[in-house]
Ligand binder design. Sequence first.
Ligand code: CTP
Length: 466
Amino acid sequence: MTDRVRGRARLDGRLIALGVTGSIAAYKAVELLRLLAAEGADVVVLLSPSAARFVGPLTFEALSRHPVETELMELLPDGRIGHIVIADTADAVVVAPATAHWLGAMANGLAGDVVTAACLATSAPVIVAPAMDGDMWTHPATQSNVARLRDAFGYAIVAPESGPLASGQSGIGRLAELPAIVEAVVARLSGTAVRQPDAAARPPLAPTAPRDADLTGRHVVVTAGGTREPIDPVRFIGNRSTGKMGVAIAEAALNRGARVTLIAADVSVALPEDRARVVRVETTGELRGALLDALFGGAGSPATARFDALVMAAAVSDFAPVRPAGRKLVRSEGLNLELEATPDLLAEVARIAHGLDAAGDETRAPVAPRPFLVGFAAETGSLDRAADKLRAKGVDLLVANDVAEAGSGFGTDTNRVVILSAYGASEGLPLLPKREVADRLLDRVAAALDARDAAGQTAGMQEVSR
Ligand code: CTP
């Protein structure tokens, strides 16, 4: 397993500003962006006007999910100055390819485009990968500009390589191999802390790319919020869940054409009551009843699934008082609470769906068509238990997050998750708005349901042709 697969990529949590200037090698910056993102980096792109003539901002925006900075004078929608926000929050600025013109402008502090302006304004390390014609590279002007960037400014220079050039000639001037540029970034940042983990302070994300209606005809059941277990008619055992993640999933599924049942425990956000079937519950017992009803038409008749996917985002209370008091308890009498563990609802649903009894033995056929099950795992400090949880609960995907991390977990608008699959894959996503986490999760759910149906049709065809 690579570090990336384990969700511990070398640029995890970093914001990397990629400055692209007007060389024919600008197209290679697209692949560089992908390599940086594959190392876990959140990448934001600055494009000089001449670079934009080689590769349009839309390509970079689609891949980076941030609006691309092209105009010095243009403000972000929230009034902030884009290249200054980038300069103040990026862990590193990578200029690749850097043209001879850009090297000259930068060496002289001429901030005429967003890339030079961001470099002038930042205290982050700058990594420069020049690309140009061979004679331009060896010209004393270029060489002295490069020396100034390296020696006076402390920039890391990833020197161009020898090979065929755009002019048709051969010489030194080709943009360095992309992995060498990535290594230079990793080396510059090793041992340093993430500069700005707060997503709100970083450059904004592009308005979410609208997804296709790829869940049309699907019934998606989502649970959200925290359950409450009464101690007496006034008090309860609860948790910090606000329901933001679950409601974001329900809304994203609705926008992709799904029929949604949202089973909401205690939530502090508005529910899409006009578009989804919303069932309100309070306790784990009520959640269990509502869940089995929505999924299988009740506890006693689980032969067919009435749903295509379940996303269990609710924070289910793990303990409940054994004997909740019927009247308000009085302080002077003191209190010893006896608690019992609640049933694991997700594991129970998975057992029913897979045709297993409580002991894990196959007692009947799995429900068909096979529903797709997603669990969440709120952990603190380490996600090491997540893989065991996925297996123990028998789900297809488990979305794990460290709720103790800044910007992640209860009540925040962002989340940083690792998505583990029953097939052993694990993918760490960068810090993202919860709605984007929801859509990336549903990308996988939609694809899995399509694959399920395609496999089902093939099986059906084999049946007919036998
Ligand atoms: N879950 C559930 N029933 C419970 C507890 C949790 O269905 N009684 C579900 C949650 O909705 C979530 C997943 O199981 O999708 C994991 O929840 P989590 O609280 O992380 O795990 P637990 O099973 O409660 O294990 P632990 O408390 O030991 O971390």
